[in-house]
Design a protein around this ligand. Structure first.
Ligand SMILES: [Zn+2]
Length: 199
């Protein structure tokens, strides 16, 4: 990867041999490896048996999870907050594992809609809850830095399954708890389109 970065620097009009840039390829490689480490992550290992049997079915909610990801269209960051809720049927996931699941999928090249869906799908697959909801609010540098559709550089997406999709009261209770009244209200999937990769 370091050779590619040196070539990239030259293509940008830089001199990759000048002092300030000498170690840049090494640093960039290290940074990208970390930012895409989600490809190597094993969800079962991340969860590490932190699944517990319960006999209640109250909503479990983890909100304001900070995340950082890279948009697959421009390789530029998008970042913000992720809110996750589910209603258990027989099992719960250890609370500290929810942000770990978010990281596994955020540390890949992503689009915001898919990130929401993958988090919801993973929880669905692992504990088969009565419903799962994921809302992501994010700022996309590929839009705000480039001055493209500035007003839309902040995007909200949601993935709702089971009772969150079928039951308006459950969905509203969740949205109330995360204090997000825009978007997501009655929709099933994405509520707005983040970086659409048109340029
Ligand atoms: Zn983008």
């Amino acid at each position: 990867m370091q050779d590619l970065i040196r070539k990239l620097l030259a293509e940008m009009g830089e001199d990759p041999t000048r002092e300030g840039l000498l170690d840049t390829p090494k640093r960039v490689e290290k940074a990208y490896k970390f930012l895409t480490s989600g490809y190597d992550a094993d969800i079962d290992r991340v969860l590490n048996n932190a699944l517990f049997t319960v006999d209640y079915s109250e909503m479990v909610i983890v909100k304001d999870i900070d995340f950082y990801s890279l948009c697959e269209h421009h390789l530029l960051p998008f970042f913000g907050k992720c809110h996750v809720a589910y209603i258990p049927s027989t099992k719960v996931i250890g609370l500290s594992k929810i942000p770990r699941i978010v990281d596994v999928f955020a540390r890949r090249l992503q689009v915001q809609e898919r990130l929401s869906n993958q988090i919801a799908q993973t929880i669905h697959n692992k504990i088969a809850p009565l419903g799962v909801a994921v809302v992501i609010e994010a700022t996309h540098l590929c839009m705000s830095m480039r001055g493209v559709e500035k007003q839309n550089s902040f995007c909200v997406t949601s993935a709702m399954e089971g009772v969150f999709r079928d039951n308006t009261r459950t969905r509203m209770e969740f949205l109330e708890l995360i204090k997000l009244r825009t978007a997501a209200g009655g929709s099933r999937e994405s509520t707005s389109y983040a970086c659409v990769g048109d340029e």
